[in-house]
Write a protein that binds this ligand. Structure first.
Ligand code: IMP
Length: 425
């Protein structure tokens, strides 16, 4: 029995879904605990490829249960799009998908307000995924305006809540942003119908999960986004609106911290970021473009080109500290296969002083210059390799140096998108 958290140690897109998919084999339940349809978790299983935004990637294993926890913000239409796609590929979710009654609902007005706001603030825009994530968490924290999954079960209260929200948001849309509002009757009908379809899945998932743990089941928590996008510990304000870090699994699923046995940080062998905000090791040159081309670094949710750069040990230090990482799974090592040289940022320098901790102040971060150690590349294909000892010597040297500098042991190395292209260390 094990309770494990798998989460991103960088700015998201680390290849978490592939690691979750791999580790699902010895888990009974897979859980999403934060974020919403802003995530894009891609997994390859044989000839089939799936991109999940809301349902835990573990759902493709037909004998596993999947939970969408209370910390997730749920867009029910997006959820059913995934359910329909899974069913069209012969995968049924009935009886094994559980959605928390306490998760908050994303409604179309959240997306409309977000889009209007991102446009209005122009150069200071966060560069969000426009999935309504921030405004939904805003309503959750606001309390009087939040609508939860459980509210879908109340045919009297739901129309009332939607009506009050539409009126308030329409006023904001018109008065503050000068854009058209939404039609309330249509929205109420749509969410009543979605509520009816969602009813069989609605569960007190904290009770479900704690019972499962007490029955000796293995639970895998699937983080979305990454540590540096955490609302408290990330590169604020260029972050998402949830706690993407290990503590988020406890609050976002309703389990106690003493239940967790292991926290695996997923680390891409280089760094990428989508959206705006600082990125000390970013490569705005040919090398950055080369990595983007080899790695097809374009967002799974928005299709935006990802910004690319070298691996940053200062960032990994933050991920190790905040999450209490037990180990790391290093992914996309194969993307570096052809490079002549590879750099690791060991620390930053600011005004002639060494900086080892990721600063909270973005103005300070903007003044930090990355200091690199350069290692020779291995210039040999790795996707066929299945044991750590068979990796080219320079690949092992690179991985071992990253582990030594970050003080995080490596548990898994991924050398390709397929399940088999995985090396357990
Ligand atoms: P939001 O989560 O849509 O509010 O976007 C906030 C920031 O998080 C933006 O920079 C997004 O690009 C980024 N972001 C959100 N979800 C993901 C993800 O799954 N991978 C990578 N970046 C993400």
């Amino acid at each position: 029995m094990a309770v494990r958290i798998v989460l991103g140690a960088q700015w998201g897109d680390e290849g978490k879904a592939k690691i979750v998919d791999y580790l699902t084999t010895d888990s009974d339940v897979v859980v999403r605990y934060q974020g919403g349809a802003n995530a894009g978790h891609t997994i390859k299983a044989g000839d089939l490829e799936f991109v999940f935004h809301l349902i835990p990637a573990g759902i493709v294993h037909q004998d596993k249960a999947c939970v969408v926890g209370n910390g997730v913000v749920l867009d029910p239409a997006a959820l059913f799009q995934e359910v329909d796609e899974l069913e069209s590929k012969g995968i049924s979710v009935d009886g094994r998908l559980f959605v928390s009654d306490r998760a908050h609902l994303v409604l179309p007005y959240h997306k409309a307000v977000e889009e209007a706001n991102e446009k209005k603030i122009g150069d200071s825009a966060i560069g969000t995924t426009l999935r309504g994530i921030g405004p939904t968490y805003q309503d959750k924290i606001n309390r009087s305006t939040g609508i939860r999954v459980g509210d879908l079960l109340d045919a009297e209260l739901l129309p009332e809540k939607i009506r009050a929200n539409v009126r308030e948001k329409n006023e904001i849309l018109k008065q503050v942003y000068g854009v058209e509002g939404l039609e309330e009757v249509q929205l109420i009908e749509e969410y009543m119908a979605l509520g009816e379809r969602l009813t069989p899945y609605i569960t007190d998932t904290s009770v479900y999960l704690n019972d499962a743990i007490e029955a000796g089941k293995s639970i895998l928590f699937e983080g979305s986004q990454g540590t540096l996008l955490d609302i408290d510990h990330g590169s604020y304000p260029y972050v998402t609106s949830s706690n993407t870090t290990a503590g988020g699994a406890c609050t976002g699923a309703g389990i106690g911290p003493m239940r967790v046995n292991e926290v695996v940080g997923v680390v891409k062998a280089y760094t990428t970021r989508v959206g705006n905000g600082p990125f000390p090791t970013e490569l705005n040159d040919e090398m950055g473009q080369r990595i983007r081309d080899i790695g097809h670094e374009y967002g799974a949710t928005t299709g935006r080109p990802r910004r690319c750069g070298w691996l940053d040990v200062v960032m990994l230090g933050l991920a190790r500290r905040i999450n209490g990482l037990s180990s790391m799974a290093v992914t996309r090592v194969d993307i570096l296969d052809e490079l002549e040289e590879i750099k690791i940022c060991t620390h930053y320098e600011r005004n002639g002083q060494r900086v080892d901790h990721f600063p909270g102040d973005l103005n300070v971060l903007a003044e930090c210059k990355p200091v690199y150690e350069t290692l020779p590349g291995w210039q040999t294909p790795t996707p066929h390799i299945r044991s750590y000892g068979d990796l080219p010597e320079n690949a092992r040297r690179y991985l071992e140096r990253v582990s030594e500098l970050s003080r995080i042991p490596i548990s898994i190395v991924s050398v390709g998108p397929d399940r088999e292209e995985t090396i357990v260390v």
